[in-house]
Design a protein around this ligand. Structure first.
Ligand SMILES: O=C(O)CCC(=O)C(=O)O
Ligand SMILES: [Fe+2]
Length: 334
C-alpha cells in the first residue's frame, strides 16, 4: 500500500457517510437500520481530548500494551490461534508488549528514523493509571447507556485503544460486533462497505489466521484473481476529534490515519440477542455473513482439514449451484 502524505485514491466508487448531530431524532433510526453514520457533538470521549503522547506517557502507568511493529505501513491483523486450517502464513507485523513509556520513546525515534512503523492496539482495562481511569469514567456514559438501551444491544465487550503513527493502514475487514468508533485525536479516513459486498471483497477462509480480512490488496488489486472487486461500492468518512462513527456489525472497513498522531477508542457491543422467533426472512446481508461463518466452522470441525472442506463444497456446488437456475429449469422442461 502506498504511504506518504498524498491523498490515497480508493479503487472503488465512494459516497459519503452521513453526519448526524447527536440530538437529531433520526439518529436511532439510522442505527436500527444498521446504516453507518458519523455522530457529531456527542462528547462521548471529550474527557480524553488531552490524550497526546506526553500526557499518556505520564499517566498510563506501568501496565503493558500490545504494540505492532512493521516495516510496512499496512497492519494486516492476524491471529495464529485462529489458524485451525494450518495455513502457512508469515505476518508482516510483529506483536510486542511494552509500557506506554517504552512505546512513546520508540514512537519518537521511529518518527525521526522512518525505518519502522508502530501501532498500539490494546483493550483498555483498570490496570491503567488513576488519571486515565478518571478520564475514562468521564466518558459520556449517560448518553451511550441510553442509546444502547434504546437499541436493545448486548453488553460492552471491549474499549480498544488505537494509537498510531501517521499514514498507517488497517486493511479492509469486518468485525462481528456493533462498534461506536470514537476519534480522540488526529484524523482518520475510514472506507466502509455494506455486508452484501462479501462476494466482491473475498475474505480469507474461516480457519485462516486472517479470517474476516479481505484478500484484496487495495493498492494493487488483482482483478484476475478477484474479478468481482470491480463491483465493490463503498462509503467514506473523515473522522476528526469528537466524531463517533457507527460501524454496524459485519460492515467492512478500511482505516487510514492521516496526521501526526492518531488516537481512537472504540466501543464494541454485542448485537441484540438473536431470539429464534424474532428472526425475519429473508435474512439480512449481515445475518447471511454470520450463517456462512457458522457453516464454514461446522465443515472445518466435521471434516478436519481445509482441503476436505474445499472438496466437499466443490462436490456440493459444481454443476449444480454454479449454473444459472433458470437454465437448468428450462432444460428440464424440454
Ligand atoms: O483504527 C483502526 O486502525 C482500526 C479500527 C477497527 O478496525 C475497529 O475499531 O473495528
Ligand atoms: Fe475493525
Amino acid at each position: 500500500m502506498s504511504g506518504g502524505g498524498e491523498w490515497w485514491q480508493c479503487p472503488c466508487p465512494l459516497e459519503s457517510v452521513p453526519r448526524v448531530r447527536v440530538c437529531d431524532p433520526k439518529l436511532l433510526d439510522f442505527i436500527r437500520e444498521q446504516r453507518p453514520i458519523v455522530i457529531t457533538d456527542s462528547k462521548l470521549v471529550e474527557s480524553a481530548r488531552h490524550w497526546d503522547l506526553e500526557y499518556m506517557e505520564k499517566h498510563m502507568g506501568d501496565c503493558k500494551f500490545t504494540v505492532y511493529e512493521s516495516k510496512e505501513r499496512v497492519f494486516m491483523f492476524s491471529d495464529e490461534e485462529k489458524n485451525l486450517g494450518n495455513y502457512k502464513f508469515t505476518p508482516t507485523a510483529t506483536k510486542r508488549s511494552m509500557t506506554f513509556q517504552e512505546f512513546a520513546s520508540e514512537f519518537r525515534e521511529a518518527m525521526k528514523s522512518k525505518d519502522k512503523f508502530l501501532y498500539l492496539q490494546q483493550g483498555l482495562n483498570d490496570t491503567v493509571g488513576p488519571t486515565i481511569v478518571k478520564d475514562f469514567v468521564g466518558f459520556n456514559w449517560t448518553w451511550l447507556t441510553d442509546v444502547v438501551k434504546a437499541l436493545n444491544w448486548g453488553h460492552l465487550t471491549t474499549n480498544m485503544l488505537f494509537v498510531s503513527m501517521p499514514h498507517l493502514v488497517t486493511p479492509c475487514h469486518y468485525d462481528e460486533q456493533e462498534n461506536f468508533f470514537a476519534q480522540v485525536r488526529g484524523t482518520k479516513r475510514v472506507i466502509l462497505f455494506h455486508p452484501d459486498n462479501f462476494r466482491c471483497l473475498y475474505p480469507y477462509r474461516y480457519g485462516h489466521p486472517c479470517d474476516r480480512q479481505s484478500q484484496v490488496d487495495f493498492d494493487n488489486p488483482d482483478y484476475e484473481r478477484f474479478p468481482k472487486f470491480k463491483d465493490a461500492r463503498g462509503l467514506e468518512a473523515i473522522l476528526r476529534p469528537g466524531d463517533v462513527l457507527y460501524i454496524p456489525r459485519c460492515w467492512w472497513h478500511l482505516v487510514r490515519s492521516l496526521d501526526e498522531l492518531s488516537v481512537s477508542v472504540n466501543f464494541w457491543y454485542m448485537s441484540p440477542p438473536a431470539i429464534a422467533e424474532d428472526i425475519r426472512f429473508p435474512l439480512t446481508a449481515s445475518q447471511k455473513v454470520a450463517m456462512m461463518r457458522n457453516i464454514e466452522q461446522m465443515l472445518l470441525t466435521a471434516l478436519g482439514s481445509a482441503g476436505e472442506v474445499s472438496d466437499f463444497l466443490r462436490m456440493l456446488v459444481s454443476g449444480r449451484y454454479d449454473t444459472d437456475a433458470n437454465h437448468t429449469f428450462r432444460q428440464l422442461e424440454m
